[in-house]
Ligand binder design. Structure first.
Ligand SMILES: [Zn+2]
Ligand SMILES: [Zn+2]
Length: 768
């Protein structure tokens, strides 16, 4: 099946023979489509098989004219249009005067070569950069992007730098962050009381020795502080876990080279391209058994999140260390990264032993982005450094209104719509901490200032208790509320430019439903101008409400209570007795019977948690999604069978899991083993999607919501649907989790909620 690949490339690619190069490459590979320049960069569309298009992407990077430099490349696989040839189209000027703020760009090869050259004036200089690389979004205070409007404004260029800056033939012509050891920023090593230890090269050498000596360092990086330490040593990793109060959530790693990553992990061509790209995100990879990374880095988890050095300072450290380090956000759990020294010393003083800082101010926090390859395509899980705030092009926007969308509550991001473009902010985080909430309000002010933007319309979630909702209401403006799960569908629909009717499958942990219950296992019919909520998983009670998010055993109890009622408190064979104390069970029994703090939910995420608990894979999660992840990791991929289930067709489709749970209980009695049962459950969830798709009869199916970060579930479901003739759309550039809500809110704002009652059987008959 052919696909259409849409690529946007930014960097020094205009006027260097880039379009003819693309034309030749596409013609040679027999791809049809077009290429053109616009004020936002070079845009390419090409149609061909997935395999050829993958090769096309890799060859663009490898074979581009030597003078061309790519500082960012994002692409999406879309439906074909049917181009008859490949053509070079006329340059296009964007209708709106869209201000383009570039994301931060990983240090380039030319700068690295200079940094390694003892005769170069920037030899071992940690802030070397040029027009093709270096900080952008993290140093811009206001526009236009000129040095006085960046955090480099207080560094006066020396004569050498100035002559490079002024010379149109120089690689640093108008490179705003240009700097050298004589005039630019420098590093300083401090102890955790903030006392001066050393500076410049000595600070670097001492930091390297401290890391070898198993100390924890707070490093002021590009978009905020990171905590770094030897990743090969369990003692130091456990010390960091203890001090950061982070029990099991995996730490990201930075490796000295792509070869060292290949020693520790399995790396495909696509993953290698991503690791070495100017965006340089954290890539989730499968770790090898032979890896010498400490087990405590990602306990009971087959994956590692790895990246390559992306600033000159990281390069110098990793080159001298020559082993992998932990490079995790310098923050307390779920807060934004610290960006200035004083805040970092106050927040991280009890975690880090030493601080390696510098005197170039960071204007805004920008976390490391996270990407994983699913079904041979990129899926961005956290969109920040290297990506934000590059816009997503909206295929059709009927209204010219400027819009501000405030996102959700967890993994918050905001977005604005100007003309045809949606600018999504960097990842902000969980709004329940004061610091994150402050970062949220600050980002809104920041975006309004940067884009000289006055929103005519505000969009927020339907949840009355989300702080983002309360903030939206306080603005007293034209406000639209968008249902959480529909926003997910709209987000995936927008980035894949889906048109016409499609089934939307929106599965996650929790969101506020139209009926005030907690949704999370939802089905929609989405169309260009309207949508309907057509079904969901059967609801069950969550004893303790919010507490159930971290304790899968509570979801399991709620499920069993729904099936068996009070019998479960007597039955010995349901593992309930072993998961709770007698006292807890007495209280929970009363809560369930009297319906006290036991909200109803249709959440797919909680269903995964419950099964994880029933199979005794995980009773309590240390971080969001851990129980479901452990269940995914337990799967035996050779097991292809599934459980039976019912779908009740009434006013809405209700997917009934009762038979699934009963069968799982029987399988536990039979002792078929966790791996087989976990696989059967995942296969069943995929089968549920297929059955709903068959009842609904739409060819296009959209997957969104945090559950689709589960690679096994996603791959199984996509394959099953594809085999049966359905076309599945997955997230690519925008996260499937709540980080993608802000885009979805913009896309959903003008779409009408159609509340007609459905009769599925009738429709199915008509369509036959
Ligand atoms: Zn450079
Ligand atoms: Zn200089």
């Amino acid at each position: 099946m052919n696909r259409r690949l849409q690529i946007s490339i930014r960097g020094a690619v205009q006027g260097v023979g880039f379009r003819p190069f693309i034309f030749r490459l596409a013609s040679e590979m027999n791809l049809n489509g077009f290429v053109y320049n616009s004020t936002l960069g070079v845009f390419i569309e090409a149609e061909g098989t997935k395999e050829d298009l993958d090769k096309f992407v890799i060859r663009i990077e490898k074979e581009k004219p030597s003078i061309a430099f790519i500082s960012g490349m994002e692409f999406s696989f879309l439906d074909t249009i049917g181009f008859a040839e490949f053509e070079i189209r006329k340059s296009k000027k964007e209708k709106e005067n869209t201000t383009l703020i570039l994301p931060d760009i990983a240090v380039c090869g030319d700068c690295l070569n200079e940094m390694k050259d003892p005769l170069n004036q920037r030899y071992r200089y940690p802030f070397i950069n040029c027009t093709n690389c270096g900080p952008r979004f993290s140093i811009i205070e206001s526009l236009p992007y000129d040095r006085p409007n960046t955090s480099m404004k207080n560094f006066e260029m020396c004569d050498e730098c100035f002559s490079e800056y002024e010379n149109p033939l120089n690689r640093r012509f108008h490179a705003q962050p240009i700097a050298c050891p004589n005039c630019g920023p420098h590093i300083t090593l401090l102890n955790n009381k903030g006392n001066f230890i050393s500076t410049h090269e000595t600070a670097l050498e001492q930091t390297v020795e401290l890391i070898k000596d198993r100390k924890i360092i707070a490093l002021k990086g590009l978009g905020g502080f990171q905590l770094i330490a030897d990743a090969g040593n369990n003692d130091v990793v456990n010390r960091l876990r203890k001090r950061k109060q982070r029990d099991e959530k995996p730490f990201a790693l930075m490796f000295p080279s792509i070869d060292s990553i290949k020693d520790a992990c399995f790396v495909s061509d696509f993953e290698e391209r991503l690791l070495c790209s100017p965006e340089a995100p954290i890539v989730l990879l499968n770790k090898k058994n032979t890896s010498n990374i400490a087990d405590s880095v990602s306990p009971e988890n087959p994956n590692l999140g790895v990246m390559l050095p992306y600033t000159p300072l990281h390069y110098l450290l990793l080159k001298d260390l020559n082993f992998a380090i932990i490079a995790t956000s310098g923050n307390l759990s779920e807060e934004p990264m610290c960006i200035d020294e004083n805040d970092a010393l106050a927040t991280l003083g009890n975690i880090a032993d030493f601080f390696l800082v510098h005197n170039r101010p960071i204007v805004r926090h920008v976390d490391d982005s996270i990407v994983r390859i699913v079904l041979n395509k990129e899926m961005v899980l956290r969109r920040a450094r290297g990506y934000a705030p590059f816009p997503i092009n909206l295929s059709e926007t009927k209204k010219s209104e400027t819009v501000l969308a405030l996102g959700g509550h967890l993994k918050n991001s905001i977005a604005i719509k100007v003309g045809q473009n949606a600018f999504i902010s960097q990842h902000i985080g969980d709004l329940s901490t004061d610091k994150s909430y402050k970062a949220f309000t600050q980002t809104i002010i920041d975006f309004q200032k940067l884009y000289e933007f006055k929103p005519e319309k505000i969009i927020c979630d339907l949840h009355p208790d989300y702080l983002s909702t309360k903030y939206a209401e306080s603005l007293n403006k034209n406000l639209t509320m968008v249902q959480h799960h529909y926003a997910h569908v709209a987000s995936c629909r927008a980035e894949n430019q889906v048109s016409g009717r499609a089934l939307g499958v929106s599965w996650d942990g929790a969101g506020y439903g139209f009926d005030g219950t907690i949704w999370g296992g939802e089905f929609f019919i989405s169309n260009d101008n309207s949508f309907e909520h057509i079904g969901q998983l059967r609801q069950f009670s969550l004893p303790g409400g919010e507490k159930a998010i971290k304790e899968g055993r509570r979801s399991a109890l709620g499920l069993l209570f729904e099936i068996f009622g009070n019998e479960i408190f007597e039955k010995e064979d349901l593992c309930i007795q072993s998961n709770f104390s007698k006292g807890e069970l007495n209280i929970l029994k009363e809560m369930l019977n009297k319906k006290i703090n036991t909200p109803k939910t249709s959440s797919a995420g909680r269903l995964f948690d419950a099964v994880s608990s029933l199979l005794n894979v995980s009773q309590q999660a240390n971080y969001e999604g851990q129980s479901a992840m452990k269940l995914e990791f337990a799967v035996d991929p050779k097991e292809n069978s599934h459980y039976q289930f019912d779908i009740h067709e009434g006013e809405k489709l209700i997917v009934d899991w009762e038979e699934i749970i009963n069968s799982i209980l029987q399988d536990i009695m039979k002792g078929i083993g966790i791996a087989k049962a976990a696989a059967k459950f995942h296969n069943t969830m995929a089968k549920i999607i297929l059955s709903v798709a068959e009842l609904v009869g739409e060819e296009k199916v959209i997957f969104s919501g945090g559950c689709f970060q589960n690679a096994y579930l996603t791959e199984k479901s996509v394959n099953l649907l594809s085999e049966n003739g359905y076309k599945v759309y997955l997230h690519q550039r925008v996260p499937p989790n709540d980080g993608g809500l802000s885009l979805g809110q913009i896309a959903a704002a003008y779409v009408k909620h159609d509340k007609r009652k459905m009769n599925f059987r009738k429709r199915e008959l008509q369509e036959i």
